[in-house]
Design a protein around this ligand. Structure first.
Ligand code: ADP
Ligand code: MG
Length: 705
């Protein structure tokens, strides 16, 4: 498209595939619209009459837009979404059909639940599951490249017994828990206008793109999402020339299509840029409530993959697709806002005088320190194990970065002195013609796993391929608990401000240990954290145990977020997933070794042997060839042996009693065997002629977009 051709009007395009407020207003009778708005605000229940009218309006709208099917779109415990499509058709007596969609079909579905992980929640004889419309997340249309349009109804998914089998149900429960407790606290500060507190999140999503032709040649990428082998390319990310670099045309064309698709579905795609590693990128939306943000992040992950394919590329969402360069993360920017528009984590210009902010901020600090183990558990996957602790990402220790100013204010209150922050608000650049920039109340500390970034906390441990629901369920619930305790104090207090000061003092004394403004990537930090008594959990198998503690059970049960059974089921499912992923990697590595790398080594060895013979016959020195053959033979032997070691370890894990044992063996033996095998295969790659190497190299995958 040239510069002056007409481009789509983005304001028209945005939300064009969403049954949003504007469409509702246009298409619903006034009474129905009003009744539905009340339901959306949580002030009344959805009646059958209203549901029928709404369903009919939705159907007409969807059909006009080209849909013939609808689906209850839900989020089983797998990190991806599920959908079963039903058409609107209904037979008539005269042998024809009419297009129908009832209120009942809108609000409730009964998919077979037997093929989704349930962690023991659903007895096999009771296969039915139920889906229920999350009225607060709008109905939308998904379109595919072939022009197929499907009406999607965001739903929660539970078992016959009412147990949550999905990621949305606990998220909604945790949102109402934190809302309730935050409102109590707000009331003590005299707030009369807020009727709900919304937890909000803006997830920044990192990903890699790789040319499809290389991807299809890499069994490891196809099967496990990451490269299990690959020697480093001569150039990595050391020139720091990728981050924020100018975006290549091919990628930019992809990003443009992506934005358009996302905007149509009402996803507020806002920023896009090159990330640190070659062929790595980021996209971030404007924040929304945690349930909508979670829905949208799932849609975003799915859409990135779809659109990439349309551009002959594949999107890699794995936490560590390539060794030796940065992995993918998902920064979960979290805050609390009132329904009358107040961000409760906004410090204002003088946080020292903003008691309400100080109270909420202290509550978050207390919550994070008390339940660091739970937060860590929500980020535990085999993929994320590569990131947590590796040099580019936060270590397995949860700590909070507050920035100098806020730390001074809080520790000041704890030691009884009031710190004045005035005069620190502007950043002077030293060039008169440039405006003075308002200084965020925190600078950027990229190494902290949980950083205060001006008016929100950024949880950076979250894995790039994972749903953001788990981490936000935990955040909402642990903060609900802290606010509950705070409300109990403030409701009884004679003077709220004095009580806040006492609360802050107590929080800093008991939980100040979790505050760390330094560089979290240094070798000293784990030692220092150890002295402070902060846990450093280095792998998922250990991290997931946090779901089994009495502390976790008490917390999640008290706030009605997860029952003991639901909590245990999550542990079971996640431990099993950890094992399964590593097992797939093991099987894939052994297959690649036996069918690609060993044959390559054999071919190379044979070539060299032949050459040596020829060269010797010619009466010339074969020293170089012999040395090379020696190296190849040694590696061949090692690769063969290590492949067997890997296979034995995988078999041992498979034969183990339960999921925890399997995961433990996978972690201690299979994982180590994978790494050991890789070393020799990568060494072989370095000495093998390029034309003989059977798979695309790191250089191909990272630099040839
Ligand atoms: P960064 O400096 O990390 O790039 P940005 O200001 O670009 O931060 O914001 C990152 C993300 O944080 C965006 O998705 C943004 O919408 C989100 N965000 C901003 N304010 C809030 C808030 N109050 N609650 C939740 N997320 C927020
Ligand atoms: Mg950020």
């Amino acid at each position: 498209m040239g510069c002056c051709e007409k481009k789509p009007d983005i304001t028209e395009l945005f939300g064009s595939n969403v049954f949003n407020d504007k469409v509702m207003k246009e298409r619903l009778p006034k009474d129905t619209y009003k009744a539905l708005k009340k339901v959306l605000a949580g002030q009344s229940e959805l009646t059958a009459d209203v549901a029928d009218v709404v369903a009919n309006a939705i159907k007409d709208w969807a059909i006009e837009k080209g849909a013939s099917h609808y689906t209850h779109w839900f989020q089983p415990l797998t990190n991806i979404t599920a959908e079963k499509h039903d058409s609107f058709i209904n037979p008539t007596e005269d042998g024809g059909i009419i297009m129908e969609f009832s209120g009942k079909q809108l609000i409730k579905g009964e998919p077979d639940a037997s093929s989704f992980p349930s962690g023991g929640l659903r007895a096999t004889f009771e296969a039915r599951g139920y889906t229920a419309w999350d009225v607060t997340s709008p109905v939308f249309l998904k379109t595919d490249a072939a022009g197929d349009v499907t009406l999607c109804i965001p739903t929660a998914f539970c078992s016959y017994t009412g147990h949550a089998l999905d990621k949305k149900t606990p998220l909604l429960r945790s949102m109402s828990a934190v809302s309730k407790q935050a409102l109590r606290v707000l009331k003590t500060f005299g707030n009369k206008t807020a009727s709900a507190v919304l937890s909000t999140v803006g997830p920044e999503q990192e990903y890699f793109l790789v040319d499809k032709k290389y991807y299809l040649e890499r069994l490891d990428l196809i099967m496990s999402g990451r490269t299990l082998f690959g020697a480093p390319s001569p150039k990595g990310q050391e020139l720091e020339d990728q981050y924020f670099g100018s975006i290549k045309d091919r990628v930019s064309a992809f990003m443009k299509d992506l934005d358009i698709e996302l905007w149509k579905m009402g996803i507020l795609a806002k920023t896009k840029h090159n990330e640190v590693a070659p062929s790595q990128f980021e996209i971030a939306p404007v924040f929304s409530t945690t349930n909508i943000a979670a829905d949208h992040n799932q849609l975003l992950m799915e859409t990135i993959q779809k659109i990439a394919l349309r551009h002959e590329m594949v999107c890699l969402l794995h936490e560590k697709p390539y060794a030796g360069i940065n992995g993918n993360g998902k920064h979960n920017n979290w805050s609390l806002s009132t329904d009358d528009g107040q961000n409760l984590l906004e410090p204002g210009k003088t946080p020292e005088e903003n008691e309400q902010f100080l109270a909420f901020c202290a509550a978050v600090i207390k919550a994070v320190d008390t339940h660091a183990d739970i937060l860590r558990a929500t980020c535990a996957t085999s993929g994320n194990d590569h990131r947590l602790g590796a040099n580019e990402a936060p270590p397995g220790i949860i700590s909070i970065f507050l920035g100098e100013l806020l730390t001074e204010v809080l520790f000041g209150i704890a030691s009884g002195k009031k710190v004045k922050t005035g005069g620190k608000e502007f950043l002077k650049i030293g060039v008169d013609t440039l405006p003075a920039l308002p200084l965020d109340n925190s600078d950027r500390n990229r190494t902290s796993p949980f950083a205060f970034t001006g008016n929100k906390f950024e949880f950076r441990m979250v894995g790039s391929s994972a749903s953001i629901s788990g981490p936000n369920v935990a955040l909402n619930t642990i903060v609900a608990e802290a606010l509950d305790e705070l409300a109990n104090r403030l409701e009884k207090a004679k003077d709220v401000n004095t009580e806040v000061a006492a609360y802050v003092k107590e929080v800093i004394e008991k939980h100040g240990r979790v505050i760390f403004n330094g560089n979290g990537y240094t070798e000293e930090w784990p030692q220092e954290a150890g002295k402070r008594g902060l846990p450093n959990v280095k792998n998922s198998v250990d991290a997931l145990k946090a779901y089994l503690t009495p502390k976790a059970q008490k917390l999640f049960e008290k706030y009605g977020v997860l029952t003991k059974e639901e909590l245990h089921s999550r542990y079971e499912i996640y431990v099993e997933q950890y094992y399964k992923h590593i097992n797939i990697e093991a099987l894939c590595a052994s297959k690649m070794s036996r069918t690609l790398y060993i044959p390559t080594a054999l071919k190379l060895a044979a070539k060299l042997a032949k050459q040596i013979k020829v060269v010797k016959e010619a009466g010339v020195s074969s020293k170089v060839q012999e040395a090379l053959l020696g190296k190849v033979s040694k590696l061949l032997e090692a690769i063969d042996k290590k492949t067997s070691v890997l296979e034995t370890a995988a078999a041992k894990a498979k034969a183990a009693g339960d999921a925890t044992d399997q995961a433990t063996i996978a972690r201690d033996e299979v994982f180590a065997a994978l790494a050991a095998l890789r070393e020799d295969v990568d060494a072989l790659e370095i000495i093998t002629p390029a034309a003989l190497w059977p798979v695309p190299t790191y250089g191909d995958m990272l630099f040839k977009l």
